[in-house]
Ligand binder design. Structure first.
Ligand SMILES: *[C@@H]1O[C@H](CO)[C@@H](O)[C@H](O)[C@H]1NC(C)=O
Length: 180
C-alpha cells in the first residue's frame, strides 16, 4: 500500500487539471448567456428560464440559445397538456372538465406550434414565422387561465404563468435574431 498516497496525489492533480481546463470555458458560456439575456426585457427571467436546460451553457450563438429556449417552452407545454388531460378525465361530466378541456386543447395546439412549426421555421432561418408561432403558443397560458377563472379554479395559474414566461423568453431571443 506504499504506492497509494502517490496514486491519490496523481488523481487529485488530474482532477485539478481537468477542472482548471473546464472552468474558463464554462465561465465564458455563462457570460454569453448573461450578455444575451441583458438584451431582453427581463434578464433575470431569461437566465432563470435558460437554466432549465443542461446544455444552455454550451451555446455560443443566439440561435442556439433560442433553440434551447424553444425546447424548454415545448417541455412545459407538454407537461401542462398531460396534467390538464389527467385532470379532465378525473373531473368527467363536471364544469371543471369543460374548462380543463379548453386548457388541453389550447396546450395541444401550443405543442404543435412549438414542437413542429416554430422549430422548423427557426431551423430554416424564417425567424419572423418562428416568432409568430411562439406567440400563438404563448396565448395558451391566457386562454387556459381565463377558462379556469370562470369556474374559480386557480390551481393552474402557476403552470400557465410558466408557459407564458417561457414562451415570452423564447420569443424575445428569436426577436434578437430578427433585429440583428
Ligand atoms: C445535451 O447535449 C448532448 C450532446 O450533444 C445531447 O446528447 C443531449 O441529449 C442534450 N441534452 C438535452 C436535454 O437535449
Amino acid at each position: 500500500m506504499v504506492g497509494t498516497p502517490t496514486i491519490s496525489v496523481a488523481m487529485v492533480l488530474v482532477v485539478l487539471a481537468l477542472m482548471s481546463y473546464g472552468l474558463p470555458s464554462a465561465h465564458a458560456d455563462v457570460a454569453f448567456i448573461s450578455n444575451t439575456c441583458k438584451k431582453t426585457k427581463n434578464p433575470a427571467l431569461c437566465e432563470d428560464v435558460l437554466s432549465y436546460h443542461e446544455n444552455s451553457t454550451q451555446a455560443s450563438t443566439v440561435h442556439e440559445l433560442a433553440s434551447i429556449a424553444l425546447e424548454i417552452a415545448t417541455a412545459i407545454a407538454k407537461f401542462n397538456s398531460k396534467n390538464f388531460g389527467v385532470g379532465a378525465r378525473y373531473n368527467q361530466g363536471t364544469p371543471v372538465e369543460d374548462a380543463l378541456d379548453v386548457c388541453l386543447q389550447a396546450y395541444d395546439d401550443a405543442i404543435d406550434n412549438l414542437k413542429v412549426l416554430a422549430k422548423h421555421s427557426l431551423h430554416v432561418g424564417d425567424y419572423a414565422d418562428a416568432l409568430r408561432k411562439v406567440l400563438d403558443a404563448k396565448a395558451a397560458g391566457d386562454v387556459c387561465d381565463n377558462a379556469l377563472k370562470r369556474i374559480k379554479e386557480d390551481f393552474a395559474v402557476e403552470s400557465d404563468r410558466k408557459m407564458t414566461e417561457r414562451c415570452g423568453v423564447t420569443a424575445e431571443l428569436i426577436g434578437l435574431l430578427i433585429h440583428k
